[in-house]
Design a binder for this molecule. Structure first.
Ligand code: PAF
Length: 267
């Protein structure tokens, strides 16, 4: 069932909340198997599942990037249909940001390095829309992909800091057989670049196993990547420098054929 209005969604959710747990899978559409794994996790952990599809203009760094983002509502609905989700919430931009909208949620700390430094305003856009989606859907639990590891930590921080009554759950990244993390952006790569993209998880795995960072970066460039923005170990929770005795994560962002790929693995 596609729902476009907040009032309509809330009327349904009020009823659902009397008897069970309501789950939310927030997406920007262009759904692939990775999203479907979030939906399946949500169906196991909630009695009712809402999938939201909203291409959030506030988290894009340029109008060109926003315009390029694929909008595939019919295909998305077809992919979701066999899963039997309870509602697909597809609000218009005006429903989310009505005229006069003047608020913003900004997160410090974990939101500042890496993507935060390279994409100014991105996490404020994410934090604002996720706060709104939590409020609009009144969900009890929400599922996010570990593919966007820093985003997941930013949302966890925000929910804890602001006492937002939503349980945030992460779902491990789904990968193609050659190891490339599934992403809507992969579809933008030519067949040749798509084949080369597997070098990213390959060199990340080598680096996690002890290959020095400069060798891994050189390996990526030799494989055809244009530029490596970051490839480094961080504290898995705070995204600061690794702390002895705390879990680490290896995070990467690299450009291939004009497409920015990100990935992360436990390390
Ligand atoms: O990860 C995404 O697709 C988006 O950042 C999210 C969480 C749906 C917010 O727009």
């Amino acid at each position: 069932m596609i729902i476009r209005r907040v009032n309509e969604l809330r009327a349904l959710v009020r009823g659902w909340k009397k008897t069970g747990v309501v789950g939310l899978v927030p997406t920007m559409g262009a759904l692939h198997q990775g999203h479907l794994s979030l939906v399946q996790a949500a169906q196991q952990g909630a009695d009712r599942v809402i999938v939201s599809i909203f291409v959030n203009p506030r988290q894009f760094n340029s109008a060109a990037d926003l315009a390029k983002y694929p909008r595939t509502e019919a295909a998305d609905a077809a992919l979701l249909a066999p899963l039997g989700v309870d509602a697909v919430f597809v609000p218009d931009p005006d429903e989310v940001y009505p005229p006069g909208f003047a608020s913003e949620v900004t997160v410090g700390g974990v939101a500042l390095p890496l993507e935060g430094a390279l994409r100014p305003g991105h996490f404020a856009g994410v934090a604002t829309v996720v706060t709104k989606l939590f409020g609009m859907t009144m969900a009890d639990r929400a599922w996010f992909g570990e593919k966007d590891w820093q985003q997941l930590q930013v949302i966890r921080r925000m929910v804890a800091d602001l006492n937002i009554p939503v349980e945030v759950l992460g779902v491990p990244t789904l990968r193609d057989p050659d190891g490339l993390a599934m992403s809507s952006r992969n579809a933008r790569l030519s067949a040749q670049a798509r084949a080369r993209a597997a070098a990213l998880p390959l060199w990340m795995g080598r680096m996690a196993a002890g290959t020095p960072a400069h060798e891994a970066e050189a390996g990526l460039l030799a494989a055809g990547f244009d530029r490596v923005e970051y490839l480094a170990f961080h504290d898995a929770e705070t995204l600061d420098a690794p702390r002895p005795g705390h879990p680490r994560r290896l995070l990467a962002a690299a450009w291939l054929e004009g497409v920015r790929l990100i990935d992360n693995i436990p390390a």
